[in-house]
Design a protein around this ligand. Sequence first.
Ligand code: GLU
Length: 302
Amino acid sequence: MITRFAPSPTGKLHAGHAFSALLAWHFSRRKMGKFVLRMEDIDQQRCRPEFDDIMKQDLRWLGIQWADPVRHQSDHLAMYQSMADQLFDLGLLYPCFCTRREIQRELEAAGYAPQDNQPTAYPGTCRRLTESEQQQRISAGHDYSLRLNVERAVDRVGGNLIWNDLLNGPQPVQPDLLGDVILVRRDIGCSYHLCVTVDDALQNITHVIRGEDLRDSTHVHRLLQALLDLPVPQYAHHPLIRGSDGVRLAKRLDSETLQSVREQGVSAETFLKDSGLSDLLRDTLSRFAEADNPPPQASPSP
Ligand code: GLU
């Protein structure tokens, strides 16, 4: 059993990250498994080495020990690109020249009203370009990302994909939930969806434990596993931790960071108890245990 914590060092950790990391850590201890740390730092514009260091100090303060070495995704960009090449060679990726503003305009024209910053599926504009239109734009030097053609991907792998969520049971995959996602960003040559899926497989992760904000992404990851013939881990998407005002925690608010708690001389134990995280951890871990060991079915009476 191997699980992981996979933060992006684009800011500092908060109570929500502590919860995710501790869930994975305690679960690995209970199962006598392994816990690894992965820095998802493909976006070198936004990631900073000092955040990497602060995150490690936070995790040590929480009592978490990871198995060395820590994987840094930025060390493996060529490998992710070769995985993208495989998908490209299968005819499953297409170049997208749209800017965010153009996508927004197209969605508005189609009657979409932006709500709660919910991600909206790409409207498919560049999927409709002919090969010669694509070539013309590429030769004219237009920048492009590469998107997954979900319809073709589904044709290739067939329907009926499923993954198991320890907290919610078997989940049928909705491959087009996020639409034709970007797998190769124009600036860095890969993307979160591609790298996380490849790394979970390469690091032999058996249990992916993360916040429910990433549940929709798991539909994409499961599809990529089928396309790239990768093993399928079990998943647990836990509820997000909110601040006392009910708002989701954000890395950018310094007052909410683990570092600021630590530097006030508070112990991790006190912090977890006072914030209610200890109880939540215990409850969530016992739900994992139930899912792992389902109660025996009552046998029919003789
Ligand atoms: N790197 C992602 C984040 O910091 C998490 C990825 C994952 O757990 O799958 O939000």
